[in-house]
Design a binder for this molecule. Structure first.
Ligand code: NAP
Length: 310
């Protein structure tokens, strides 16, 4: 079994940052990423609130972080997902579909995946008009009519991105105001994105591809069918905490890993950072900050420097 000091599970901004800090503090550091690097951030059309980068795409930012990480001799294994963790002894083990690894300390930075809307037609038309990623699929909707569901930053940034591509963008939100940042709301208004307030998407219809969405207005009680070519579902996230839960890591009622201010979980030597944690603000900046704390704590736990407060 390959032995490491620190294993980081997940290669988004939190995982890459933990990698930089782990390696720079002299730890033999491995990052395991089940897909390609970047996590959900790589799919973000535009990031305007990461200090130092007034406007950058998620993919560009992640590429810079990955390059930074590789410069400090972090070993990164992509397309190798952790399947099982054993965190019960001092040497923790991580089993993937390809190998088993052991380490003194583990940082869990597995992020989140998209929440589904759960309406008829959603699964049926996935990839045939239903999408969860504007950056990945937006180009298929050039000069087409699209509808975005959700009221958070993801829905707002997706709608903005699509407004550069599609012929019309409608934003459907179940309330009369967005949860997204005010700046994004103003930008949406400037881009002629049409808001359907107090509206719930009930069904996605089509034949070989999406043709329409049935929406219900929860104030007027009226239902109508809107003809569209694409539906972008952006209704939040679900934490990727399953393998951590199976290994005994405690989570809150939403499945987010419970951490303290030092990113410690309930298991000694096991830390979590980024969107998978119960941290109150889910941003690239907070993920990066949490990861710095987690990797620094991991270093303290492994090397026990004189100033480490265990
Ligand atoms: P979010 O902030 O949790 O927002 C989810 C939105 O979907 C909410 O408006 C919610 O409505 C709505 N929703 C949830 N379930 C629904 C359902 N079944 N049917 C209809 N609507 C539903 O999620 P997010 O926008 O994906 O963002 C996730 C996190 O990443 C957030 O913390 C966000 O700030 C962050 N993020 C930041 C940026 C950025 O700063 N540039 C970009 C993307 C994401 P209610 O409002 O009624 O609950």
């Amino acid at each position: 079994m390959e032995q490491w000091d620190l294993i980081i599970i997940g290669g988004g901004p939190a995982g890459l940052t933990a990698g930089i800090y782990g390696a720079r503090s002299g730890l033999k550091t491995l990052i395991l990423e089940e897909k390609t690097l970047g996590g959900a951030t790589a799919e973000s059309p535009l990031i305007e609130n990461y200090p130092g980068f007034p406007a950058i795409t998620g993919q560009e930012l992640v590429s810079k972080m990955a390059e930074h990480c590789r410069r400090f001799a972090v070993t990164i294994k992509e397309i190798e997902g952790a399947l099982e963790l054993d965190l019960s002894s001092e040497m923790k083990t991580v089993k993937t579909d390809q190998a088993s690894y052991s380490a003194f300390s583990v940082v869990i930075a597995t992020g989140c995946h998209y929440r589904k809307l759960g309406v008829p037609g959603e699964n049926e038309f996935k990839g045939r008009g239903v999408s969860y990623c504007a950056v990945c699929d937006g180009a298929f909707f050039k000069e087409k009519r699209v509808l975005v569901v959700g009221g958070g930053n993801s829905a707002a940034t997706s709608a903005l991105y699509l407004s550069n591509v599609a012929s019309s963008v409608k934003l459907v939100h179940r309330r009369d105001q967005l949860r997204a940042e005010e700046t994004l709301f103003r930008n949406l208004q400037e881009r002629n994105v049409e808001f359907l307030w107090n509206t719930v998407a009930k069904e996605i219809k089509g034949d070989v591809k999406v043709r329409s969405v049935v929406v219900y207005n929860n104030k007027t009680g009226k239902t109508k069918e809107i003809e569209v070519d694409g539906v972008f579902v952006q209704v939040g996230e679900v934490p990727n905490s399953q393998i951590a839960i199976q290994a005994g890591v405690k989570v809150d009622e939403g499945g987010y890993i419970i951490v303290n201010e030092r990113q410690r979980t309930n298991i000694a030597g096991v830390y979590a950072a980024g969107d998978v944690t119960n941290g109150p603000v889910k941003q690239v900046g907070t993920a990066v900050g949490q990861a710095i704390v987690a990797a620094t704590e991991g270093f303290g736990y492994i090397k026990r420097p004189y100033y480490y407060k265990g």
